[in-house]
Write a protein that binds this ligand. Sequence first.
Ligand code: HPA
Ligand code: ZN
Length: 334
Amino acid sequence: MQSFIENIPKAELHVHLEGTLEPELSFALAKKNGVDIPFETPEALVAAYDFHDLPSFLSIYYAGMNVLLDEDDFYQLTYAYLSKARSQEVVYAELFFDPQGHTTRGVSFDTVITGIHKAQLDAEEKLGIKSQLILCFLRDMSAESAMAHLEMAEPYLDWLVGVGLDSDERNNPPIKFTEVFAKAKAMGLKLTMHCDVNQLNTLTHIDQCINTIEVDRIDHGVNSLESDALCEMIKDKKLGLTVCPVSNRFVVQSLTSDEIHSMLDKDMLVTINSDDPAYFRAYLNENFLELQKEGDFDQAQITTMVSNAFKVSWLDEATKNSYLAQVDDFVAQH
Ligand code: HPA
Ligand code: ZN
């Protein structure tokens, strides 16, 4: 099972680039940029990671961004993640980035997206990992700020595949961003939003995502299982759910394997993802391996989740089908 998980070609659809910042790179960039980190060593920094809910994670995540200043910093961040992912047989990734986490610190939108984009091109050419970029809005900032950042993105539209919504969900419902997401859709972008596990009013938020925003996918969305009606809508509309087991464990003390079994039993399009792998100390393979141990998933179920990720990805049909054929070939040979 371990080699099956490690070697099957995979896609990752829910990973925040800023959440892939490894402590060693963080220290190197801090030194280069003259930024102070209040820890002696990368190990001491990791030892201070103490997450028990979304806000406690987010405060450490935003503090971590302070070392990212110039275009090459964003290049290095992105290239390092894509190298690591490729070493785990991830052949395709859809990457979130949080421009407002940088523009609010005086780093320009152009600096951020250009560094990321150049690394995507190089990683595809040199490592053979394809990727597409998703601009995430911070839901605890205003809708006006989100709209301003969507406008900043207009000259770079060819570099983006979609928009998402992340950060602190409490009192920041999807409908706060109805206009922004309608405009993004009109620009030809795909839509997704976080419905993090066990958030206040989560069922209302999931319902708004589906029926008001009309998202193409939902990030997390585990609590949809509490409502038969929501499950039916998610199935009817063939919406993918990007579940992040190790990330969930910080909030609900389980990898949500029971919930993932329920989704598979209901034929919901569940996928497995790493979310913020440098902070949660688990990339995609570790997420699958730990989940498999907790929930005793068999190879057919692992294959379904891997295939689901390609199916609900934002690739054209021909490319999707060629990745799905690679998965089938691997399974046939294994
Ligand atoms: N949830 C919300 N916002 C985030 C996350 C997350 O898991 N990771 C980075 N920003
Ligand atoms: Zn996330």
